[in-house]
Design a protein around this ligand. Structure first.
Ligand SMILES: Cc1cc2nc3c(=O)[nH]c(=O)nc-3n(C[C@H](O)[C@H](O)[C@H](O)COP(=O)(O)O)c2cc1C
Length: 293
């Protein structure tokens, strides 16, 4: 099935795009107007686009329903500043309370029960309950169209980063489990980056992986290994040597498996299990043993 953007209403096109370009990080943006009145609103058309200089961009779109523009857009045009507050699970409901189309004079800090605290280098306050903040100077605002649904890219240079010590690991790096970030998907769906949803994929960048083309065809026909398993095997830097395979065949568990009638299937399950522990070489060797090599 395919869709032509020109044949869809903006509303349907919007939802289709948002369902596919997901999960999206959420910028919880604080701004002030020219009189210093604060405003808070979430924006999931958001990402980091450059580290040198540090540039993040979010988009405050024209409303699809009536083609009006948002307070956040007016404020960044007036003041050239904003703060992007990180959205952890513990604040997500308060964040969504700030997405209501309140009149411009409504203070979303009051509506949501969140606490403003001063920033160091810009006028918009930070949100105390958020665990990380990016103080930003707006470099450019780029309108992408004039109709309802058109984006306005707000290109921000990050001038100071605040991270609550509670979200850092022992190396002073952000621990994804501790920051517990939320992301927006299509319609009313959100996703929480925690528990089993957060895991590591090790892929060395420097070495050259053996690639799918060097996997034996029989590996690819396995009903036990998944496409991700095969890709993990293809990411190995070198093929195991005959000595390594012979040595593995002598290991207690492998030896016991090789004595079973259905050793081929059992070895493939063993390979799958090794891959869940990132033990790629052992998995590769188990697969070779399963095909009698
Ligand atoms: C999680 C979430 C993400 C949102 N992302 C965007 C977005 O990327 N762009 C946008 O224009 N509106 C987005 N909205 C809607 C705005 O938050 C909403 O229009 C808000 O009222 C704008 O506030 P303002 O007029 O005070 O700037 C989002 C709402 C939610 C709940």
């Amino acid at each position: 099935m395919y869709f032509e953007p020109n044949n869809l209403s903006t509303k349907d096109l919007h939802q289709l795009l948002l369902g596919i370009v997901a999960p999206r990080p959420i910028a919880f943006v604080s701004t002030v107007d020219s009189e210093g009145n604060p405003n808070l609103a979430p924006f999931s058309f958001f990402n980091c686009f450059s580290s040198n200089p540090p540039i993040v961009i979010f988009s405050a779109n024209r409303r699809v329903s009536n083609n009006t523009t948002k307070d956040t857009l007016a404020n960044v045009i007036a003041t050239g500043e904003c703060v992007i507050n990180a959205v952890s699970h513990q604040v997500v409901r308060q964040v969504t309370l700030c997405s209501v189309d309140y009149p411009s004079d409504v203070n979303e800090f009051v509506k949501s029960g969140l606490t403003p605290i001063p920033s160091d280098l810009v006028k918009p306050p930070r949100v105390k309950e958020c665990l990380a903040h990016l103080e930003c100077k707006v470099k450019e605002v780029m309108p992408l169209g004039e109709g309802g649904g058109a984006g306005n890219l707000i290109i921000c240079e990050v001038v100071r980063i605040h991270a609550d010590p509670s979200i850092l690991d022992e190396n002073q790096q952000i621990d994804p489990h501790k920051i517990d970030l939320m992301a927006r998907m299509g319609r009313a769906f959100y996703s929480r980056a925690s528990g089993d949803a957060v895991y590591k994929i090790f892929q060395p960048y420097i070495a050259s992986p053996i690639g799918f083309e060097n996997l034996p065809e029989t590996f690819k026909q396995s009903h036990i290994l998944t496409a991700n398993d095969l890709a993990a095997l293809a990411s190995l830097e070198s093929l195991p040597t005959d000595d390594e395979i012979a040595e593995m065949a002598q290991e207690k568990e492998v030896k016991q498996i090789l004595e079973q009638a259905d050793y081929k299937t059992l070895l493939q399950h063993y390979a799958h299990r090794m891959l869940t522990m990132e033990r790629k070489k052992e998995a590769f060797m188990a697969m070779l043993l399963s095909i009698g090599q």
